[in-house]
Design a binder for this molecule. Structure first.
Ligand code: UD2
Ligand code: MN
Length: 379
């Protein structure tokens, strides 16, 4: 009898031990996948306690441009900040005053990891990306807590109907920029309506609107579908206009031609003004990047580039978007940059700002930029 009881007790003990092992295993798996998804960003997770208060006093005045109802073009999976539970809100909302660091940030940030594994097959949600980046503050702003960066960098992304790409861009870029010790803000310039897309004009709008937010020194213009494969490709400005995306997977990791300036590029405020910004008159796909390259060389500057082993990028595969068909006028137009650049540029920019909305990981600026002028009738 007592042997039977002993047997049962042992059996129960075994079951409990087995159950504990199972729970332990499950917890290990959850932690493993959590760390795996951020394996290049483990250190920044420990820096969470220091919010930087980026309160941008005067920015409220241009919220008034919003036309009554909150903008219907915003994806519904993005809750307004005040609708988020406190745990999901950016840290700026729970800041304590932190002393400003005095030491300048190092030229080669020590936390960089070099080559990165970039893939687009995993399930990505905005909530997940927000959880990964608690130290990014309202509107997609970040300032390193432990050193003083030389430049303030605005990252400008031309945008329409690419929400899926945006999630990946935010997922990869925020941790990279943090490791690079960049003081930055992310601006999505969303073209409203379905008229022909105009990438370069949106970039001009981004430059103007970012400056209304903060005194930026440097502007990095990036396609929403381009992810750097090496974090040593530092997102700040250089002595000469910078071309970052020099070796893309879609071009076999080579520069397609010597004067290529598409994808991701960066200009200081001074460099941008020297070329009168970007052209506003390239409607549809292509040519605007070559026009910008011409502006740079015609104004006595040279494009600077990273090492080809570092300037590698992956582009999320996509079809050509509707209303961004190749622009047939582009070949003629790029022959004429010399004559057009002084009148067409940041000096002639007009647009209608419809709304500015600060989300946890970026600022969305929705604009109406008009449509191409009617083609002259040949008949
Ligand atoms: C190439 C260049 C790009 C630009 C373009 C010609 C690369 C990697 N990039 O891009 O810099 O010179 O050719 O105009 O070679 N977009 C939207 N919604 C749209 C259309 C465009 O958000 O409906 C934005 C988005 O950020 C996109 C960018 O504009 O990444 C460029 O458009 P694309 O990706 O269709 O063109 P692609 O890849 O040929
Ligand atoms: Mn693309």
């Amino acid at each position: 009898m007592s042997r039977l009881m002993l047997g049962r007790t042992l059996e129960r003990v075994c079951k409990v031990v087995l159950l504990l092992c199972l729970i332990h295993f499950l917890i290990m798996m959850i932690l493993y996948f959590d760390v795996y998804s951020q394996r290049f960003d483990i250190f920044s997770r420990f820096n969470n306690g220091r919010g930087t208060n980026n309160s941008r006093g005067p920015h409220h005045y241009y919220y008034n441009y919003s036309s009554g109802r909150p903008n219907a073009t915003f994806p519904s999976y993005l809750p307004a900040i005040d609708q988020l539970p406190p745990s999901a809100r950016p840290e700026a909302n729970r800041t304590r005053p932190t002393p400003k660091p005095v030491l300048p940030c190092p030229e080669a940030p020590p936390g960089l990891v070099g080559r990165l594994l970039i893939e687009f097959s995993s399930q990505m949600t905005m909530e997940k990306v927000q959880r990964e980046n608690p130290s990014v503050t309202d509107g997609g702003r970040y300032t390193p807590p432990d050193c003083r960066p030389k430049q303030k960098v605005a990252i400008i992304i031309p945008f329409r109907h690419r929400d899926h790409h945006l999630k990946f861009w935010l997922h990869y870029l925020h941790p990279i920029l943090r490791r690079q010790k960049i003081d930055y803000g992310v601006y999505i310039i969303n073209q409203l309506g379905e008229d022909t897309f105009n990438r370069a004009k949106l970039l001009n709008v981004g430059y103007t609107e970012a400056l209304r937010d903060t005194e930026y020194d440097c502007f990095i213009f990036s396609d929403v579908d381009l992810i750097p494969m090496d974090d040593r490709n530092l997102y700040h400005c250089y002595d000469q206009p910078r071309h970052f995306a020099i070796a893309m997977d879609k071009f076999g990791f080579r520069l397609p031609y010597a004067g290529y300036f598409g994808g991701v590029s960066g200009l200081s405020r001074k460099q941008f003004l020297k070329i009168n910004g970007f052209p506003n008159e390239y409607w549809g796909w292509g040519g605007e990047d070559d026009d910008i390259y011409n502006r740079i060389t015609l104004n006595g500057m040279k494009v600077s580039r990273p090492d080809v082993r570092i300037g590698r990028y992956r582009m999320i595969k996509h079809e050509r978007d509707k209303h961004n068909e190749p622009n047939p006028q582009r070949f003629n137009k790029i022959q004429n940059t010399k004559n057009t650049m002084r009148k067409d540029g940041i000096s002639s920019l007009t647009y209608r700002l419809v709304s500015v909305k600060k989300y946890p990981l970026y600022t969305n600026i929705s604009v109406e930029i008009g449509k191409p002028p009617p083609r002259p009738n040949r008949g």
